[in-house]
Ligand binder design. Structure first.
Ligand SMILES: Nc1ncnc2c1ncn2[C@@H]1O[C@H](COP(=O)(O)OP(=O)(O)O)[C@@H](O)[C@H]1O
Ligand SMILES: [Mg+2]
Length: 564
């Protein structure tokens, strides 16, 4: 059986040449072929990826055609070359060589099948003038007989599939070719679909990425924007928040009560890729030990008295998002051990359950005590400390950033007045003196509450005077406050000049007469511009636009107020 090209071109059954089914390459029964067709049909119907589809096609075709090898060659239309998108070889050197092998699309028997869009059966490849020896050289394989079938979709020709060297007693038959050709039609469509699927998925991934960046920018101006602070210490907090938002590592937010720890946690969540996921806050100090475990990890119905229905627990409810463990230093020791396990294994076991469930939750925690000291005192597990405190953010107490007080006070005045439907003119200068001089043990929250109370007491069109404040504020005032002047020594390291933060601007208040009013207005304007600059990352054009000024006018003012 050493005949030359036995058959070229589309299968035309010549009654005399056609072999009987018992001779179809010897070993594979029509039943097996139907089974294969069914299996491949199922695989093609599933939205499968090319990397999964090609090995499946190759292995199944090899099995059913009883071939030594199956090659898929795809057409690179830009270069009009054929290449091997998938190589089923165990020898890595051959895999590498074939991966890098490309040849002109009109070369070889594959090229002929592709060019003429016909299925070709060759029984003596070495004797065929079209045979391309480059592939044999690369693989060290000798092609004896082969079937080459073009892969054609509605878009046109996309490549060729080849069966090389029949392992049966005979060479590949006409029936083998007919079967392979029938199969190639659906293989081509499946490859095309898989490529389209990959394209769509890649396009979606890149859109998602862009969306993520846009959302982060938006959230940053939104979520971070609500957090007021222009001092160097607060700018450092914003910088850390940005880094924290860009990753999924656990963050520990430390600071006295009312310094804005929860605001910071929410800001990080909103600016992170998990923004669409839930944010679930739990105060570890507020729940008894017995309830904390089932609150966090859930329980099965009947796990304990009162457990009348299944409860998934907060960790599972926060899946895909963030769990905020407030006052984590108050977590009982037994719970700390369980939390550690959850963080390490990324799975939770509900109370009364025997198996664990995977959870994908980012943990942000907060504490108003020094957690490190709690570790030293033996109140907090060291291993858990290293887990939750990977990225610490420390919020300064308000008394250490008094320069932010006027800005915070005006903000709270505006929101309270709006809520209470009042028009409040502003603060009397002595009021601001008192606010800036007070120690604020309850920090920003206390300041907010104080202003809300004052707005409630004040009448429409009034100034907030010391009479509207809680008397203790005045009494516990620190000696001679250098009204909100900078106590911040880290200015030199910050990227903004000191004046631009507003920190070193003297806050002047009208005493009497037109001169002091002018000064007060100037002080206000300087501060306002400094804040606008901060919000616009010191970009002069954007700040000018935001303030409704020309660039030149803004620069003039910046010069006048030493904001550069
Ligand atoms: N930097 C800030 N800017 C604006 N408001 C703030 C700021 N920090 C705190 N607040 C106010 O104080 C309240 C308490 O903040 P919160 O985040 O709950 O503090 P903590 O969790 O540290 O006790 C907030 O609801 C908010 O109104
Ligand atoms: Mg809090």
């Amino acid at each position: 059986m050493n005949e030359k090209v036995l058959k070229q071109g589309r299968l035309i059954s010549k009654p005399g040449v056609r072999q009987g089914p018992d001779q179809t390459s010897g070993t594979v029964s029509p039943r097996d072929r139907f089974a294969l067709l069914y299996e491949l049909g199922c695989a093609f119907a599933a939205r499968i990826e090319l990397q999964e589809l090609l090995p499946l096609v190759v292995n199944k075709c090899r099995e059913v055609l009883n071939a030594e090898g199956i090659s898929i060659l795809l057409l690179d239309p830009d270069r009009n070359e054929l290449y091997f998108p998938y190589v089923s070889q165990s020898d890595p050197a051959i895999v590498e060589r074939l991966r890098n092998l490309r040849f002109p699309a009109d070369k070889g028997i594959a090229g002929a099948a592709l060019n003429d869009a016909v299925a070709i059966r060759v029984t003596d490849a070495q004797g065929d003038y079209r045979h391309y020896h480059g592939v044999d050289r690369a693989t060290g394989f000798t092609t004896r007989d082969l079937l080459a079938v073009p892969l054609i979709t509605r878009q046109g020709k996309i490549g060729v599939i080849e069966a090389v060297n029949s392992r049966g007693p005979n060479r590949f038959s006409e029936d083998d070719l007919a079967f392979f050709e029938a199969l190639a039609g659906s293989i081509a469509v499946a490859i095309e679909n898989a490529r389209l699927y990959t394209q769509v998925r890649d396009a979606e991934a890149s859109l998602q990425k862009r969306l993520g960046v846009l959302r982060r920018d938006l959230a940053r101006s939104d979520a971070f924007g609500k957090i007021i602070g222009a001092t160097a210490a607060m700018r450092e907090v914003f910088r850390l928040m940005e880094s924290a938002a860009a990753s999924s590592i656990p963050v520990l937010i430390e600071g006295e009560t009312g310094t804005g720890k929860e605001m910071v946690a929410r800001g990080i969540h909103l600016a992170s890729a998990r923004a669409d996921g839930p944010f679930i806050a739990i105060n570890c100090a507020s729940l008894p030990e017995s309830l904390l475990e089932s609150e966090l990890f859930g329980h099965r119905r009947g796990a304990f008295t009162g457990a009348v229905r299944d409860n998934p627990g907060l960790f599972r409810a926060a899946n895909g998002g963030v769990i905020f463990l407030d006052e984590i230093s108050d977590m009982p020791m037994s719970m700390q051990a369980k939390l550690l396990r959850v963080l390490e294994e990324e799975e939770v076991v509900a109370v009364g359950d025997t198996f664990a469930r995977k959870v994908d939750v980012r943990v942000l925690s907060a504490t108003n005590r020094d957690l490190k000291t709690e570790v030293e005192r033996g109140n907090f597990r060291q291993d858990l400390y290293y887990r939750v405190a990977v990225f610490p953010i420390r919020l300064p107490p308000l008394r250490d950033r008094r320069e932010d007080i006027p800005m915070l006070a005006s903000h709270f005045l505006n929101t309270a007045a709006q809520r209470q439907n009042k028009h409040i003119v502003g603060f009397a200068p002595e009021t601001l003196d008192i606010l800036c001089g007070y120690q604020w043990p309850g920090n920003v929250r206390e300041l907010r509450n104080e202003i809300e109370r004052a707005v409630a007491l004040a009448r429409d069109e009034e100034l907030i005077t010391p009479n509207h404040l809680t008397p203790t504020l005045e009494q516990s005032r620190v000696k001679k406050p250098s009204i909100c002047a900078s106590s911040d020594t880290s200015e030199a390291q910050s990227e903004l000049p000191a004046a631009a933060t507003g920190d070193s601007l003297p806050l002047e208040h009208p005493q009497s007469g037109p001169e002091s009013l002018r000064k007060a207005r100037a002080a206000f304007e300087a501060r306002h511009i400094a804040e606008a600059l901060r919000q616009n990352q010191s970009n002069v054009s954007r700040t000018a636009q935001a303030l409704g000024l020309s660039r030149a006018a803004l620069q003039k003012k910046m010069k006048a107020y030493h904001l550069r």
